[in-house]
Design a protein around this ligand. Sequence first.
Ligand code: C2E
Ligand code: CA
Ligand code: CA
Ligand code: CA
Length: 276
Amino acid sequence: AKEAGGGVYASYDPAMHDALMRRLSLADDLRLALDRDELVLHYQPTVDLATGDIVGFEALVRWQHPTRGMVPPLEFIGIAESTGLIVPLGRWVLAEACRQAVAWGRPVKMAVNVSVRQFEAGDLAATVAAVLAETGMPADQLCLEMTESVLLTDTDENLSRIVGLKALGVMLAMDDFGTGYSSLAYLRRFPMDVLKIDRSFVDRLGSGDAEDETLVNTIIRLGRRFGMLTVAEGIENEAQLAVLRGMGCDYAQGYFLSRPVPAPEAGALLEAGLPA
Ligand code: C2E
Ligand code: CA
Ligand code: CA
Ligand code: CA
């Protein structure tokens, strides 16, 4: 299959071929996954740094593939986006997360990741409104997490989409803050309620590097200054937790506090609290 003509197959690489085949086959399977109930949500607690209380969860999708086992989101969210499947998949995630939050029967915030495609494809505000109505989820308990790429284009259309979502009374979070471009401009332009500090910044905390600490401290102050709640993600040890608490960061998430867990375990954590 080494066809030099046109150069298309000139650099045939079996590893790349395998990766492509896997992608294509996953794309086919993903179409069926929704109907076959193969998608599940795991929930990672968001913890109030001042009190240690669980204030909410972030819903993270997983795919229980019949033959490949658990497929992580980074392997199929991209496929879902390029095939358009992200729209029904995203709707399912929203509905399932809200249904679960209501089922726990106590006030709890639920954060759901929304991808750019999902945001730009259909009428997300209408979808969210329908899901809130259908599940009985109070709007102010739902938080939609968007990466800076959603805001990147900065078109009037995207701004009006954001305003439309805001009008429903849901919270909006800027995810992975600091990893994209010109983040500072967005802070002024978009009415976001929550600023999530990317794990890459948290990773470097607690080792005593003054510059890394200054960076995170500045992000926290910036968020506050703009009236946003600050959430640090990816806390993996006690030292990072202590530094963030000392800086007055509002909320935290990370393996050190809890990994994302299936709904029954999340419900139990909500009842009993995290082990001290
Ligand atoms: P994200 O929104 O930044 O979510 C945080 C990711 O970091 C999750 O990976 C989580 O399991 C992981 N994580 C949490 N704490 C720690 C920690 O202490 N250390 C480390 N190393 N990792 C930690 P996950 O679940 O594999 O999700 C990866 C990404 O996939 C998410 O990144 C998000 O962008 C996307 N994703 C997940 N679920 C959904 C969804 O329902 N819809 C959309 N559109 N995207 C989703
Ligand atoms: Ca997120
Ligand atoms: Ca992240
Ligand atoms: Ca993300």
